[in-house]
Design a protein around this ligand. Structure first.
Ligand code: PXP
Length: 252
């Protein structure tokens, strides 16, 4: 599947990080989500971590009730998170690996664990009517394995691509392109995200089989200088320009 429209999911975790630094109510992630909708986001992403370091349970309750955009709940594959997801029934759940000591989600899921834990988790979320994605390394074998596990969607981890420079960045981009092509070949939907910025988003947005990008840290950081609406609008515009050039070139 290739599409002209590339969806933008805005991750609001770090609005909560700033709020939690003082323990009060400001800045409010729900207000950020409402502003993101006005600025052209197609969805809101929030990661309820096991240690609750940014988004809280109460934030998830409020996001479920108060925002109009679809909510994508990022979650570890634990029974606690499964129960929370089934209770709130967000539009989507993205299963991510989680380690307490990491600063952010450092890599994709381990899909080759011989237990059927992940497959059972995917099945239960799907039975709850939730669209499930797996956050994975950009590797065609991981895409194939995700399809075997029953995931209808994968999200490719773009962190290594964003961190790389020069020729290494080109080879990391190639990994994302190959994994996205594999997702189209096996018939599952492909998303991407992690670490994307104004400088790194366009080459990923040109990959026409990717239908959604989830972006957070850079947008919230950039909001300090120009406001959240402006940072999201600029990201949206870079994505749309890159996608239009890619799909226009293909159909020419
Ligand atoms: N997608 C997933 C699955 C993530 O875990 C994260 C980080 O929480 C993001 C996207 C957004 O990454 P960033 O905040 O670096 O833009």
């Amino acid at each position: 599947m290739t599409t002209r429209h590339l969806r933008l999911g805005v991750n609001i975790d770090h609005v909560a990080t700033i709020r939690n630094a003082r323990g009060g109510e400001h800045p409010d992630p729900v207000r950020a989500a409402q502003l993101a909708a006005k600025a052209g986001a197609n969805g809101i992403t929030a990661h309820l971590r096991e240690d609750r370091r940014h988004i809280s349970d109460h934030d998830i309750t409020r996001l479920s009730r108060e925002i109009e955009l679809p909510l994508n709940l990022e979650m570890a594959a634990t029974e606690e998170m499964l129960a929370i997801a089934l209770r709130h029934s967000p539009h989507a759940a993205c299963i991510v690996p989680e380690k307490r000591e990491e600063r952010t989600t450092e890599g994709g899921l381990n899909l080759f664990d011989p237990s059927d834990h992940l497959a059972r988790m995917i099945a239960k979320l799907k039975d709850g009517g939730i669209r499930v994605s797996l956050f994975i390394e950009p590797d065609p074998r991981h895409v194939e394995r995700s399809a075997e596990l029953g995931a209808p969607v994968v999200e490719l981890h773009t962190g290594a691509y964003c961190d790389a420079k020069g020729a290494t960045r080109d080879s990391q981009l190639k990994r994302i392109q190959d994994a996205a092509a594999r997702a189209a070949a096996v018939g599952i939907e492909c998303h991407a995200g992690h670490g994307l910025s104004f400088d790194t988003v366009s080459p990923v947005a040109t990959i026409a089989t990717i239908v959604e990008l989830n972006i957070g840290h850079f947008l919230v950081g950039e909001a300090i200088f120009g406001g959240l609406e402006s940072s999201i609008k600029r990201m949206r515009s870079l994505m749309d320009t890159a996608r239009a050039a890619a799909t226009g070139a293909r159909s020419a």
